[in-house]
Design a protein around this ligand. Structure first.
Ligand SMILES: Nc1nc2c(ncn2[C@@H]2O[C@H](COP(=O)(O)OP(=O)(O)OP(=O)(O)O)[C@@H](O)[C@H]2O)c(=O)[nH]1
Ligand SMILES: [Mg+2]
Length: 198
């Protein structure tokens, strides 16, 4: 059995956004004495390989490889393409910079739900439905994601083929806390059952 802190996936934080609603770089916003980026990275520290999808030089995250998007400025679906391109073959734990409550326990819950024929695993929020960020994707999806982008598609939720996606309901809603605006940062709760931001 694997030690509890080992996560058998390539970690990938997509961090190429502009934080336009937040007004400054939200990855570097501070919560509980650490940046949001550090919180997200800590949740994935158990992954052997760790990828940060961002322009080179934007962030310093020791132990993480930085890969810039092949299609800069095209959104998180392009970040997923970059992640699947550079990940080790197999599962990728893919998240944004702004979900600071995604702990190792969250990722273990998704990894435990993998099925042999599945190519994505997504938690289901009770009101907002499947969560395409904070999700697992298999590197086999790279041609599908590239085809979507080539066709002009930018919706991340289309990266997960319905028939090959495992949905995981019932996780504590505090995991899904998301920072888009300054008020969301002020409303973050330390526990896993706290308030949420859309
Ligand atoms: N690699 C990559 N990541 C992106 C890109 N656009 C957004 N992201 C990331 O996707 C995640 C979720 O996106 P948003 O919450 O919309 O973040 P954002 O685009 O920086 O913020 P807004 O400008 O307010 O929409 C964040 O971690 C962003 O950094 C992109 O073009 N490339
Ligand atoms: Mg955005």
């Amino acid at each position: 059995m694997l030690p509890v802190d080992v996560l058998p996936a390539t970690a990938a934080i997509t961090a190429g956004g502009q934080s336009s609603r937040f007004g400054s770089d939200k990855a570097l916003a501070c919560w509980q004495g650490r940046t949001l980026l550090d919180h997200v990275a800590a949740g994935l520290a158990g992954c052997e390989r760790r990828l940060l999808l961002a322009p080179r030089g934007r962030y310093c995250l020791p132990g993480w490889e930085t890969w810039p998007d092949a299609r800069p400025g095209e959104g998180p679906l392009a970040g997923l393409e970059t992640a699947l391109t550079h990940a080790s073959p197999g599962w990728v734990a893919f998240t944004g910079v702004d979900n600071p409550a995604l702990s190792p326990e969250y990722w273990h819950a998704l990894l435990a739900a993998r099925r042999p024929n599945a190519r994505s695993v997504q938690a289901v929020h009770p009101e907002r439905g499947p969560q395409p960020l904070g999700a697992l994707y298999h590197t086999d999806l790279l041609p599908h994601v590239t085809a979507l982008l080539d066709a002009g598609e930018r919706r991340l939720r289309l990266a997960a083929p319905a028939g090959q996606t495992v949905l995981v309901p019932g996780l504590p809603t505090g995991f899904f806390q998301n920072v888009n605006r300054p008020a969301d940062l002020a409303g973050l709760s330390g526990g896993k059952q706290g308030s949420e931001a859309n």
